[in-house]
Design a protein around this ligand. Sequence first.
Ligand code: MET
Length: 342
Amino acid sequence: MTKLLPTSTAGSLPKPSWLAQPETLWSPWKLQGDELAEAKQDALRVSLQEQQLAGIDIVSDGEQTRQHFVTTFIEHLSGVDFENRKTVKIRDRYDASVPSVVDAVSRQKPVFVEDAKFLRQQTTQPIKWALPGPMTMIDTLYDAHYKSREKLAWEFAKILNQEAKELEAAGVDIIQFDEPAFNVFFDEVNDWGIASLERAVEGLKCETAVHICYGYGIKANTDWKKTLGSEWRQYEQAFPKLQQSSIDLISLECHNSHVPIDLLELIRGKKVMVGAIDVASNNIESPEEVAATLRKALEFVHADKLYPCTNCGMAPLSRNVARGKLQALSAGAEIIRRELSV
Ligand code: MET
């Protein structure tokens, strides 16, 4: 990117109410078959246009073709029984109904490659595509086959690598792996989490990113955040190894979080997607608030490595709120660009 401070999002944006129940995670589709396939593409176009009208520089599909950032990917794999769902505790904090792994997992066909090609046809802007990370995948299912989180994560890493290579060939510029589980299972992150992630990006020539956050703005997460005290130092656990890793960009939650900004020192040299938009609040940030977050990050991240972003996905927000937040992100980044150019 030649433009300074290119803006982007964590990936998801609200779905239109004709496609799925608004303001709901795991929202069921309202259509079926060919009608659903066409409606997903239409929603993708609308979502792209929202980003473009707001002036977002690196655009996504708004995750309009998936019901959930993890389970949709898992449900496309063989070895998974997605009708026989189990309720399990995920991220060590809340119950979710998830698919079960019942046999060796494999990817018989591409999951998002056609969707990525479709997005590529709609725009010449850089595009970023999100995939779940291996550790977050194994933490969002019931495993009745491998009985080892590490083994299953490694299998998923190989599958993700196949998908990522095809996304790259489809013209995706940045492939992002979502790893909110990195903020929870620290020993596993360092034992095999980051290694699995590196397996997932092996041989890719496009840029790669990892997104680590404190979750969507749902009650289970906001309740959890209340227990974390006044300094959130979770990132400190994964940063040293990530700094040494081959991942190009690290996407983080910052605005309205109690993350000490100086932790960014630990990933010096990496490109950083700085979350300057709180997805757990319906208050729309002012451009000045966005600018203030970016200014703080600039003390630790060189301007040409700073990517203003959202804290997490905006799927559960209303369309109006998400639109306002996209505009604030652009306007806030513009304030800093002007400051940097004088
Ligand atoms: N790419 C996902 C999203 O934007 C990241 C979710 S992490 C809880 O919704």
